[in-house]
Design a protein around this ligand. Structure first.
Ligand SMILES: Nc1ncnc2c1ncn2[C@@H]1O[C@H](COP(=O)(O)OP(=O)(O)OP(=O)(O)O)[C@@H](O)[C@H]1O
Ligand SMILES: [Mg+2]
Length: 482
């Protein structure tokens, strides 16, 4: 007797609610026609209070497209949701974009996901609706399928308590956009671009650059540099990328120039790769000898994307850097053509053209800083000069860890590390040379022994060279005194 009324009352309750809602809608449309706005708002607010089941929830729809244009916020939502997927989601879809490193996992249609933002509970649901029907007998199948795709609508529903509407719209939704950008950036595969061969012959004005995935494994962890120097470079890069507003305020183009100088094999190119991997910026390897004129140089530099590293390697060897207006060449038809000039390049670094493009890092490398035109070295031209020097003991620790997995060599391999420490300051060896020795064996002791022998040999060579010079000087004096 007692269970029946409860069952009925639940049913009745819903029926009653439906009736009240229908009546409220009808009543609202009548008063809309007949009653002035102010009075109408008042009556409507009273009706809301009369509603026995006030709806506290609000739902936002995020559709994949409006039928014609793609909704970029839908993509942002998809990326964001894939980063907060929990084990409670029963069905997932896996996708991968060509330009990205990682797989992205998105929730499948009909699935729910819960999120929290500044204490607000949010519920997400994924939907996919299709106007499923069979093609008519006389209907062209290709037309049917293109129509079918248009009629397939994917969307997300976001529900939350209506009192949080303002916060969700003004803070949570923009947060999704910025998070999705950051996630895309983290997953992005860094590319290296080189000037297309065709460019040399001026046959094309499009596709100036060709690119491949860089795949260089160098990182700040694997770079054998003194820790303070590493930290300083990383801090400098961090400061640069977050100072958009600062650059705008002080009226400077948002870019940063680095000059890396030092002997071959000290890690200049490795540092560039580490910077690119750290910032997730593409690298544009600018081979200046392929650039026929200042006009082309401008064209090439303008076509470089933002958030990139422009690299000019071995700038001291790049054509006739010191020649300027007289710098001309013959094209394949024998005509005299003006080549790019140093002033053209400098104009792009800090002249009027420098403000084309945002968030760009420009790196010049050289083995011989003293051979560079003073105009390039002038204070303020390249923001940071980084000396890549011969190997120090602290940098060797990084190599030993990279190549042999030795974390604390002074305890594990005390004898060898002591010998290396004694010798390394007395000779000039590059990280590249020592890395070569460390690759010779998988056995740590054998490898370290090889490094010791290599350093001893270098030390003997230094001593012999010194003896030789001293001998020559003595003979010289002898000759003089005779
Ligand atoms: N500082 C370093 N840290 C880690 N590995 C290094 C370092 N320097 C050199 N190496 C190793 O030596 C190889 C050559 O280094 P890299 O090409 O970066 O030198 P470079 O200074 O650019 O030389 P070059 O002046 O000839 O262009 C690298 O592939 C890397 O294996
Ligand atoms: Mg190099």
């Amino acid at each position: 007797m007692s269970s029946l009324p409860i069952f009925l009352s639940t049913n009745n309750l819903f029926n009653a609610y439906a009736c009240v809602s229908a009546f409220a809608m009808l009543f609202r449309s009548i008063i809309k026609e007949l009653i002035p706005d102010k009075l109408r708002n008042y009556i409507e607010s009273k009706i809301q209070h009369l509603n026995p089941f006030p709806c506290h929830q609000i739902t936002i729809l995020i559709e994949e497209s409006d039928g014609l244009q793609k909704n970029v916020f839908y993509n942002a939502t998809e990326t964001y949701l894939s980063s907060i997927v929990t084990p409670s989601v029963g069905r997932l879809k896996v996708m991968k974009e060509e330009s990205e490193d990682n797989l992205s996992v998105v929730i499948d249609k009909g699935q729910e996901l819960h999120d929290a933002f500044q204490g607000i509970s949010l519920k997400w649901r994924s939907f996919c609706t299709t106007n499923a029907r069979k093609p008519d007998q006389d209907e062209d199948t290709s037309q049917f399928f293109s129509k079918y795709i248009k009629e397939k609508l994917q969307y997300y529903e976001l529900s939350f308590h209506k009192k949080h509407k303002d916060k969700v719209v003004s803070e949570y939704l923009p947060y999704i956009v910025s998070r999705s950008k950051a996630i895309k950036q983290e997953n992005k595969a860094v590319k290296i671009h080189t000037l297309a061969r065709k460019f040399e012959y001026r046959e094309t004005h499009e596709g100036l650059w060709e690119s491949v995935t860089m795949g260089h494994p160098s990182s700040f962890d694997t770079l054998a540099l003194d820790p303070e120097m590493k930290e300083d470079i990383m801090q400098d890069l961090n400061k640069f990328v977050r100072r958009k507003e600062f650059y705008k305020r002080v009226g400077k183009a948002w870019k940063r120039g680095y000059l890396l100088y030092g002997p071959p094999g000290t890690g200049k190119s490795s540092l560039i790769a580490a910077m690119a991997n750290y910032l997730k910026f593409d690298v544009y390897d600018l081979e200046l000898s392929c650039v026929p004129s200042d006009l082309d140089l401008r064209r090439v530099l303008i076509s470089i994307a933002n958030r990139s590293i422009i690299v000019v390697e071995d700038i001291d060897c790049t054509g006739d850097l010191k020649r300027d207006e007289s710098n001309s060449d013959l094209d394949r038809f024998g005509n005299k053509v003006q080549k790019w000039t140093l002033s053209g390049l400098l104009n792009f670094i800090d002249g009027l053209w420098s403000s084309c493009g945002d968030e760009r890092v420009i790196v010049f490398t050289t083995n011989y800083k003293d051979r560079l035109d003073p105009a390039l070295l002038r204070p303020g031209r390249m923001d940071k000069h980084i000396h890549m020097s011969y190997l120090t003991m602290r940098a060797f620790d990084v190599l030993a860890n990279n190549y042999l997995g030795i974390k604390d060599g002074r305890h594990q391999h005390e004898k060898h590390f002591k010998e290396i420490e004694d010798l390394i300051e007395k000779v000039q060896v590059t990280p590249a040379e020592v890395a070569e020795e460390l690759m010779k064996s998988d056995d740590a002791d054998e490898s370290l022994g090889g490094v010791v022998k290599f350093l001893q040999k270098k030390y003997m060579e230094v001593n012999e060279a010194q003896d030789e010079t001293e001998k020559k000087t003595k003979i010289g004096f002898g000759d003089l005194t005779v």
